[in-house]
Write a protein that binds this ligand. Sequence first.
Ligand code: G3I
Length: 348
Amino acid sequence: MQLRILVTAAAFAAALIGALPASAADTLRALAPSAGIRIGTAVNVEALNTDAAYARLLAREFNLVTPENAMKFSVVQPERGRFDFAQADALVEFAEANGMQVNGHVLVWHQQLPDWLTQGNFDSHELKAILREHIQTLVTRYRGRVASWDVGAEAVDENGRLRETFWSRGIGPDYLALAFRWAHEADPQAHLRYNDYGGEGDGAKSDGIYDLMAELRRKGTPIHGVGLQMHASLKDAPRASEVRINMKRLAALGLETHISEMDVMLTLPASRADLRAQAALYRDMLQACLAVPQCRSFSVWGATDRYSWIPDFFPGQGAALLFGEDGRAKPAYNSVRRALRAAKTGKR
Ligand code: G3I
């Protein structure tokens, strides 16, 4: 067993060396600043703590990180009043050691909630107190160290209406506005975002998200940006032109936008043609972001296929990210790098 892990890690490291960009000036994080955006990734903290080659790849290519699971409710507060920041601390310290910005994820979401909470039969008054304490304990701990927070996620359903969730049932429709206020109280400098999937282009859900953002802004809620997740496949992806239009209308509300969780799942084993089509889709969505000044960052939901969430949730699908299981750069990495280089020379 020990020998197999060592052999795999050695193979991963060897492949990684083969796939290294020509120079440090040619990495995504070196090219992104003069293209006017941050380039980010979700981080699997368990892998960060055990896979040195993975950690090196993260630090080499990205200047923005989002904890894939380390700051979620069930991880941070597994028992009522007992907070566990081990994973979150590890991520923030890694980011600080490598000059990377941190986007905290996620303060109020209807998934990954601990049983003590969902089976606690708390009334709305108690639930408000619990959520407020959770948000303010987490945000206060990382005040000045976490630059932005995904405060709320996936609160709009496929028809564009407020999704019926544990929080909307327990607290009421204003749970989201309250969450933003509590986060802002805890860190007035932090950039606060709403984050969702399936509303990146046009359509009922996109309109529902737009209407919710407009209402929150109208009510003076301290919200500064929107994360467009962009979990795509070759058959299911918005048009880049629709994404640009959507980003511009959100900008007209005074909101910055971010591609926050991009991945493009492929049917396994991935064909060369599919890998080329995947590369084109990554390029198109990055260029959509680069075309809108208020789009401030482009993040992928994981650095390598080795730790992607896709195969567990979509059996038979995978190869969704910029680097392969072996750490080698894929055509998608090269298309993203070319698009950043082109933007760098002002040809946005
Ligand atoms: O940590 C436990 C481990 O102790 C246990 O042995 C194992 C087996 O049950 O589960 C592990 O927890 C898993 C966790 O990932 C960490 O690996 C959860 O079961 C699993 O559900 C969880 O999946 C995460 C998923 O959100 C939950 O819905 C994915 O990693 C994560 O990539 C995904 O990310 C979400 C974003 O937060 C929001 N937007 C959509 C995106 C994809 O669903």
